[in-house]
Design a protein around this ligand. Structure first.
Ligand SMILES: Cc1ncc(C[n+]2csc(CCOP(=O)(O)OP(=O)(O)O)c2C)c(N)n1
Ligand SMILES: [Mg+2]
Length: 552
């Protein structure tokens, strides 16, 4: 070791692999690394301590990795998870896969058995790279200490370059502990690598929009990741196009904007003559891109992400902020049919459907109707409250009933649909935005995947209000199985389990609610309380969320 002086000036320096890794993270503005301890990672921990990067240690690598993805979702910066060799990395794979499907910028640093003895059967000796390769943009091993900065720098750049996604670097233990002299790479500015869209393609899309009488714009997560919400809003306003949001696109147009719609979605998508889908795949959430007789346009952040599911009337790929800026420019110049009758029709539909929701929101039946919980929660939410949904039917109600006004404020697992992301996302949201309300909605089934990580929420002293919709069943599986087979199996949980007492035992707070009128006061107490609180609401197991399909 030539120079491992704590606080040595970054630049040309001879220092340990762990400090080199931390230097690169710091240059990219990384403030927090989510992890769970393992000896393979000690040099990285030491580097983070030397360079002032906060280590947040969880109780499961799945939570650490979801927390890193959640950090990305609530900050739009890269999230970092450090996972120890072997089972540490494999425990993170569901969360890495979720980030892959969500296009979330995530870099996972893995420990790895020593290189010098590779093949001799060291503890936890596993080649992670081929295992994670199919769900990451890049996956590599830093084979020498001198390579660590370049490998991690490349991984961070790849993760944050559109189309964003997870990247992976593992570092053999002996390589991590050793020292090297390296010139550290310069960190790149955010968005530097965004691709300029083809202006002719955008002009063709603008012509389609200008000829449509009943257009609809569907906005997804890549608009959020691109920071393109203002440009999108300007384009929608200039072209007078009704907007629906999808996934992490929620909040890019505030729910109370005059062009924002949600409940009228099925009517709009069936009745439209043009559907422009921006920054989200034409997947099961969007009927695989088939919208009645409408022509379909796909706007994506890279050419590779333009859908091939359906014949498209038009498409454009590249920096979505630029795409919308160009569309707005075209819309302010040309003539177009009057969209106001179409907008008014959708507004009538929206209002009628909202009016029908009142019964559920105000239901005073016992056992409690899940919608009643939202009837109590919604008026207590700030405009920038971060709401996280981890569960089945209980969370489907939230997806429908909770309106989002601020970007990055409604977090669901995305198309991978992995239960168990809740505690990790909540941890990250509350650490990144300690001044905001963070509400974690949990099905009782979903709660079982990560309830132990309320210990982490307690240790880090974060304010999270968790609400369990406790129906004693895996509702989103039980009801559909009954419909198909006339009976169900493997769908029962124990009724009335005291998840609130689990959280109390871990050092947080919690209470049980059995009656509808007690929900509101319990939520008031939870929002006033310091640290994590779990409000365990016993709900009606007979209630099934009305849906047409859950498998896609
Ligand atoms: C990791 C994982 N395992 C299983 C599933 C399948 N699954 C989807 S919804 C659901 C039921 C969720 O039950 P709960 O959280 O209690 O919510 P409820 O539907 O009862 O409101 C299950 C098991 C999944 N999506 N993810
Ligand atoms: Mg349940």
């Amino acid at each position: 070791m030539t120079d491992a002086t704590p606080g040595a000036t970054p630049g040309t320096t001879a220092t340990t692999g762990g400090i080199l890794a931390a230097d690169v993270l710091a240059r990219h503005g990384v403030e927090v690394v989510f992890t769970l301890s393992g000896g393979h990672l000690f040099p990285l921990y030491d580097g983070c301590v030397q360079r002032g990067i906060r280590l947040v240690d969880t109780r499961h690598e799945q939570t650490a990795t979801f927390a890193a993805e959640g950090w990305a979702k609530v900050t739009r910066g890269v999230g970092i998870a450090a996972l120890t060799a072997g089972p540490g990395v494999t425990n993170g794979i569901s969360a890495i896969t979720a980030a892959w499907m969500n296009g979330s910028p995530l870099t996972v640093l893995g420990g790895r058995a020593p290189q010098a003895r590779w093949g001799s059967g060291s503890l936890q000796e596993l080649d992670h790279v081929p295992i994670v390769a199919s769900v990451t943009k890049t996956a590599s091993t830093a084979t020498t200490t001198a390579r660590i900065p370049a490998e991690i720098d490349a991984a961070l750049r790849a993760a944050t370059t559109p189309h964003r996604g997870p990247t992976f670097v593992d570092v053999p233990m002996d390589v991590f502990f050793a020292a090297a002299e390296v010139v550290l790479p310069e960190a790149s500015a955010r968005g530097e690598s965004a691709v300029e869209p083809d202006s002719d393609a955008v002009a063709a899309v603008a012509r389609l929009a200008a000829n449509a009488a009943k257009p609809v714009l569907v906005v997804g997560g890549d608009v959020y990741w691109a920071g393109a919400e203002a440009a999108m809003c300007a384009a929608a306003e200039a072209a007078r196009i009704p907007v629906f949001v999808n996934g992490l696109g929620r909040g890019t147009l505030p729910a109370d904007h005059e062009l924002a719609f949600s409940r009228a979605r099925s009517v709009a998508l069936k009745g439209a003559d043009l559907v422009i889908v921006a920054g989200t795949p034409l997947d099961f959430r969007l009927g695989f891109g088939r919208f009645g007789d409408a022509r379909v346009v796909h706007l994506a952040d890279t050419p590779d992400n333009v859908s091939t599911n359906v014949a498209l009337a038009g498409s454009a790929a590249g920096d979505l902020e630029r795409v919308f800026a160009l569309l707005a420019d075209h819309a302010t110049r040309g003539a177009r049919p009057d969209h106001e009758p179409w907008i008014a029709r959708l507004r009538d539909e929206e209002d009628a459907r909202r009016a029908k929701e009142r019964d559920g929101l105000e239901a005073d039946t016992s056992p409690i109707h899940p919608a009643r919980i939202y009837g109590e929660l919604i008026p207590r939410l700030d405009r920038d409250a971060i709401v996280i949904g981890d569960g089945g039917d209980f969370v489907s109600y939230a997806g429908k009933l909770v309106d989002t006004y601020t970007p990055g404020c409604f977090l669901d697992p995305g198309p991978y649909g992995c239960l168990g992301m809740g505690s990790g996302y909540a941890l990250a949201a509350a650490l990144a935005h300690p001044e905001r309300q963070v509400v974690l909605l949990l099905g009782d089934g979903a709660a079982g995947f990560s309830l132990m990580d309320f210990d982490t929420l307690v240790r880090f002293g974060v304010n999270v209000v968790a609400i369990v919709g406790n129906n004693g069943i895996w509702g989103l599986e039980k009801h559909p199985m009954r419909m198909i087979y006339g009976y169900d199996v493997a769908a029962e949980l124990r009724p009335g389990t005291r998840y609130d007492e689990v959280v109390r035992a871990l050092g947080g707070d919690g209470e049980l609610v059995r009656e509808p009128d007690d929900v509101g006061p319990a939520l008031d107490r939870a929002f006033e309380s310091d640290g994590p609180v779990l409000v365990n609401v016993l709900t009606d197991p007979a209630d099934a969320y009305p849906r047409s399909s859950n498998l896609g």
